[in-house]
Design a protein around this ligand. Structure first.
Ligand SMILES: [Zn+2]
Length: 189
């Protein structure tokens, strides 16, 4: 009986995902149902939405917002993948520098590259710091954009209610709540 109910619920989610994807003009993401409590997420690499059981237990209107938000991420897939590729490429290029220097240096020269080596390590540290700040900013922008798409599909009032429910579970930060409240105010004026 429980299995039947779960299967029906999963089918319902799949059709919601397909509907939202059609409205947002993106390829329909696949959906993976998981038992963890990490909250819903979107995996750009596989164009896949992951939904946990606790999210599935949300009331239908809120669940629809969560689904719309995750499908909203699917519209960012190309940008997310390019971001990822660019980061990997940059890190690899940077790491290749000392490898090349060591490869072309003779054993006797190695002591001379100690100082440039320290400079390189410092540069790498600074770059990684800048990248991590930039990545956090990009991730926050992706979240706000997916929220905006969910609000466009389901209305900002419902979207805010869903965000508040997710915030209570620790999956949503204050910036997203504030942005949605501002959106609600601007649309109701
Ligand atoms: Zn998200």
């Amino acid at each position: 009986m429980i299995m039947k109910r779960l299967a029906a619920q999963e089918q319902r989610i799949l059709s919601l995902v397909a509907d939202d994807a059609a409205l947002l003009h993106v390829a329909t993401p696949r959906v993976r149902f998981v038992n963890t409590s990490n909250g819903p997420c979107y995996e750009a690499l596989f164009n896949r939405i992951e939904l946990d059981r606790a999210t599935l237990a949300l009331p239908e209107p809120l669940l629809r917002i969560v689904v719309a938000h995750e499908v909203g991420h699917a519209t960012q897939r190309k940008t997310m993948l390019l971001d990822f590729a660019w980061t990997v490429l940059s890190v690899m290029m940077l790491l290749s520098v000392p490898c090349i220097v060591f490869a072309i240096s003779s054993e006797d020269d190695l002591w001379r590259i100690t100082f440039p080596g320290i400079g390189f390590a410092f540069t790498l540290f600074v770059c990684l710091k800048i990248w991590s700040v930039r990545a956090a900013k990009r991730a926050a922008a992706f979240e706000l954009d997916a929220d905006a798409k969910a609000a466009a599909l389901c209305g900002p009032a419902l979207a805010l209610a869903a965000l508040e429910a997710m915030a209570a579970r620790g999956h949503v930060d204050a910036a997203r709540l504030d942005a949605m409240r501002a959106r609600l105010v601007s649309t109701s004026q």
